[in-house]
Design a protein around this ligand. Structure first.
Ligand SMILES: [Zn+2]
Length: 390
């Protein structure tokens, strides 16, 4: 009966690991496009769009313990503006929340075996207790039976004596019976006392086991509440992330749908350009070649490509892709639907495979001659030439 469990009462609380926060920032996609492909048509006077009101975030930091990872995450998630949030920010919070859910699940699961074991130990003690109780009942019954017998035997002895017949043998027998009954009774009483003490110990052990189990179950409830909060946080943030992704998709679709389908395109050397500049560009390339300058580069590109460039040069948030001022991107990149490239009216020139800089012979040649072919340079980017200079 020495199988008492000793377990320090649940210090375990929130081992929710700070790992969650170490997740770190997910690398931005590399600039898959060369800077030469940037579009420098700076659209002035296009103030950043006002953020659409973010919906109330349904899982507040008060659902988590003060200073915990969960509280930090809930605070960040509810403060996040989906319009301005980058892919990296979204992914980082999503990963941290996933880790929080996972560690919360482990925390709940890890207590269960101890609770189950305490229940088993309690059941074993209960079995002992029942058995001891049964023995105690039997003894108790026996003792009361002996008392009655003893009384009867004494009574009999007394009545025998009161009658004149004094058969000494008879009397002696009676006396012995009474004595042996007393011995049996003494013995049974001692046993009964032992059993009762044992029973008391079992009850105490059981009480201790039940207290430990109740403490663990209380802790388990706390952990389950935290798991629920973490799951709710995950659900709520998933909605935020999905809504944001859908919005970006929708605005991409709108920009692509707004693309002019009737732009007449022509191939001129390595370029695809608007039909309207095919002739002067053909002449420009021929004249440059006569002066020893061979141009490469890019002309027309679809809105979908412009969106990719915006992501690379301006950022991955809805705001960065669609609304941020072109001049604040690196390199400056026109907003989807506003690039001269989309109309085939702008060209990014390269020379010997490199984009032009101000000291390139190609740039010097263009600066001297491009105007004759109807092309103007965007001053901030020596490689970008268009009909409007934007
Ligand atoms: Zn360009």
């Amino acid at each position: 009966m020495a199988c008492r469990r000793r377990r320090s009462s649940t210090p375990v609380a929130l081992v929710l690991a700070f790992i969650a926060l170490v997740a770190g920032v997910v690398a931005m996609p590399n600039n898959v496009v060369s800077a030469a492909e940037a579009d420098n048509s700076i659209d002035l006077g296009s103030p950043d769009q006002q953020a659409s009101q973010p919906a109330e975030f349904p899982v507040g930091p008060e659902r988590f313990p003060t200073g915990s990872v969960g509280q930090d995450l809930a605070t960040r998630a509810s403060a996040l503006d989906p319009y301005r949030a980058t892919d990296a920010e979204i992914v980082e919070i999503q990963q941290s929340i996933a880790e929080l859910v996972s560690s919360s699940q482990s925390n709940v699961a890890e207590l269960q075996p101890a609770i189950d074991e305490l229940a088993i130990l309690d059941a074993a003690e209960q079995k002992k207790r029942d058995e001891l109780q049964r023995v105690a009942d039997v003894l108790s019954e026996k003792l009361s039976g002996l008392a009655i017998q003893n009384f009867r035997s004494a009574n009999r002895a007394y009545s025998t004596m009161s009658i004149e017949v004094t058969e000494s043998d008879e009397l002696e027998t009676q006396r012995r019976t009474a004595q042996s009954l007393e011995l049996v009774a003494d013995d049974s009483t001692a046993t009964y006392t032992q059993v009762a003490a044992e029973l008391q110990r079992v009850v105490e052990i059981q009480n201790q086991l039940r207290k430990e189990k109740a403490d663990l179950e209380l802790e388990q409830e706390t952990r389950q509440r935290l798991l629920l909060a973490a799951s709710d946080l995950q659900d709520a943030f998933t909605v935020v992330a999905q809504t944001r992704a859908e919005r970006i998709q929708q605005r991409s679709n709108e920009a692509i749908a707004g693309e002019r389908q009737d732009t007449p395109l022509a191939h001129v050397g390595p370029f695809i350009v608007n039909q309207s500049i095919a002739e002067p560009l053909t002449a420009l390339l021929a004249d440059a070649a006569e002066d020893g300058i061979v141009f490469g580069g890019w002309g027309q590109r679809p809105v979908s490509r412009q969106i990719e460039l915006r992501k690379s040069h301006c950022g991955s948030s809805e705001w960065a892709i669609f609304d941020k001022r072109s001049g604040t991107c690196s390199p400056p990149t026109a907003r989807p639907g506003r690039s001269q490239h989309e109309l085939g009216l702008a060209i990014d020139f390269t020379e010997n495979g490199s984009i032009l800089n101000r000291s390139s012979p190609g740039f010097v040649w263009l600066r001297a001659n491009a105007a004759r072919y109807g092309l103007k340079n965007l001053p901030s980017e020596p490689w970008h030439w268009s009909t409007t200079g934007r």
